[in-house]
Design a protein around this ligand. Structure first.
Ligand SMILES: O=P(O)(O)OC[C@H]1O[C@H](O[C@H]2O[C@H](CO)[C@@H](O)[C@H](O)[C@H]2O)[C@H](O)[C@@H](O)[C@@H]1O
Length: 281
């Protein structure tokens, strides 16, 4: 774990002091869940549920803010059960799925989801031709209800296939008034407008957060980082955590703390739990 500056280390200390009023928001894939080849085989890190429940005693709320559908991340993360324990610990767990388009929380316990964007069905009809043109017929197409993700991780040369696909998928998406969300060996197509930064703002407003930590690993987390930086400029104690990987370095440049993948994220949360406990006593 590495603070990116002396100022960043001071921000951590500040957050510790307001931990009891703070929200800890984390991305799922690459942050709470180790990256694997098959998206449907991803699971929350074995130790994450325990770490989150221990932390819950010391903070106002926890949140998982993900590109995955909310129902799917509830299942892959065992988050319903984690939520019960978090609630018993006197805190709340929020889940924002599909980049903030869907939500679930421990007060409501129902997934709230909008209708799929118009154009997604016809985008899907045009996709096979794009895959053929990019010589990426074997790319894995993940249908997420509100979005479609084209994965290149399991192709022979994932980066080359990604580079061939990106302009073609972007063009097809634009023709259907859809936006593109590039990620780690994945290109997602979804409705424009909502993003993780909006989820951050909703969380701060609803919980009246007195501090905010966001941890993420990929380009889809950049808007959340910007939203947190804006809150910081307004005086809120914040900490930005990059779950580092060789695949993506964009967040490390914006972060206060750079940690080594999900293992490093959990180490940081354990440290925060211990430090917040010592401030309370
Ligand atoms: O916002 P996140 O929680 O980070 O979700 C973003 C996308 O993550 C998933 O794909 C990524 O993880 C897969 C499993 O480790 C990996 O195989 C893939 O290469 C990664 O891009 C997921 O499949 C998407 O639906 C999420 O939107």
């Amino acid at each position: 774990m590495q603070f990116t500056s002396a100022e960043a280390s001071r921000r951590y200390d500040e957050l510790v002091h307001v931990a009891a009023r703070s929200v800890i928001a984390l991305d799922f894939d690459g942050t709470l869940s180790p990256i694997v080849d098959d998206p449907s085989a991803a699971h929350i890190h074995d130790e994450a549920p325990g770490v989150l429940v221990d932390l819950a005693v010391h903070v106002r709320a926890l949140a998982v803010v993900t590109g995955r559908p909310a129902r799917q991340v509830l299942a892959l993360g065992g988050l319903d059960e984690v939520g019960e324990l978090v609630h018993d610990a006197g805190s709340d767990l929020y889940v924002f799925g599909q980049y903030g388009n869907e939500r679930w929380d421990t007060q409501d316990r129902r997934v709230r989801s909008p209708r799929p964007p118009q154009g997604l069905a016809s985008f899907l009809l045009g996709l096979p031709k794009v895959l053929r043109t990019a010589k990426a017929e074997d790319a894995y197409v993940e249908e997420k209800g509100l979005a479609i993700a084209v994965h290149t991780r399991r192709l022979e040369d994932p980066q080359a296939a990604y580079d061939r696909l990106l302009p073609l998928v972007t063009e097809l998406a634009a023709a259907h008034d859809l936006g593109v969300e590039p990620g780690r060996n994945v290109i997602e197509v979804r409705s424009p407008g909502m993003h993780k930064g909006e989820a951050v703002k909703i969380l701060v407003r609803e919980t009246r957060a007195g501090g905010f930590l966001f941890g993420g690993d990929d380009l889809g987390d950049v808007e959340a980082f910007h939203a947190v930086a804006e809150l910081r400029s307004q005086g809120l104690p914040t900490l930005l955590v990059a779950s580092a990987s060789e695949e993506q370095s964009a967040l490390a440049e914006l972060a206060d703390v750079v940690v080594d993948g999900p293992d490093g994220v959990l180490d940081l949360l354990r440290r925060l739990t211990a430090d917040a406990a010592s401030v309370r006593t």
